[in-house]
Design a protein around this ligand. Structure first.
Ligand SMILES: CC(C)(COP(=O)(O)OP(=O)(O)OC[C@H]1O[C@@H](n2cnc3c(N)ncnc32)[C@H](O)[C@@H]1OP(=O)(O)O)[C@@H](O)C(=O)NCCC(=O)NCCS
Length: 147
């Protein structure tokens, strides 16, 4: 059974390992440390755990009015079974709880799995960042969900 819980420093090794397998430009351990340093004031980070193993994670940056999905990831073997949706729903619920009016995120234009997930939750494209993702200069879409 997969459960969600707060990400802690001892999850970082597993999160960084997943990150390296899933992203072309993975976050370093230092980036995760600095994100976790913002919990709970401006950050909210979760892991999905299955049989003691971290199989996904997601993080939110929230100010008083606006929240950003900083990262969301599901291990390859678990993708396509709804876990990304469970993580995203938890981030949106936290943004609501904090009184944010909207949630923003950025996604590579060629990341169809992620785009489908965000659209299913009602995110709409509001702008394009040309060549935003390196290496490769792939466009980034900025998407917004009004709460
Ligand atoms: C994006 C991600 C978090 C989605 O997680 P998930 O657990 O697969 O999410 P879901 O099971 O809810 O599926 C989301 C949608 O993508 C589809 N999908 C899942 N894996 C897919 C794949 N490999 N190729 C194409 N579509 C895929 C699902 O069918 C679903 O579409 P639907 O809503 O039309 O049914 C996951 O694919 C992932 O970790 N990707 C790598 C990291 C990443 O790109 N993160 C997002 C950065 S913006």
């Amino acid at each position: 059974m997969t459960t969600l819980r707060a990400m802690r420093w001892w999850d970082l090794e597993a999160a960084v390992a997943l990150e390296r397998g899933l992203f072309a430009d993975p976050w370093s351990p230092e980036t995760f440390w600095s994100e976790l340093a913002g919990v709970p004031d401006t950050r909210h980070y979760l892991v999905a755990e299955d049989g003691g193993a971290v199989v996904g994670y997601a993080g939110l940056f929230a100010t008083r009015h606006q929240a950003d999905v900083q990262t969301i990831a599901v291990a390859s073997a678990q993708q396509g079974s709804g876990l990304g949706g469970v993580l995203l729903e938890a981030l949106i619920a936290e943004a609501s709880r904090r009184g944010c009016a909207e949630v923003l995120l950025e996604v590579r234009v060629d990341n169809m799995a992620a785009r489908r997930l965000y659209e299913r939750f009602g995110f709409e494209q509001i702008s394009v960042r040309r060549g935003y993702y390196q290496p490769g200069g792939v466009d980034g879409l900025v998407m917004r969900l009004r709460l």
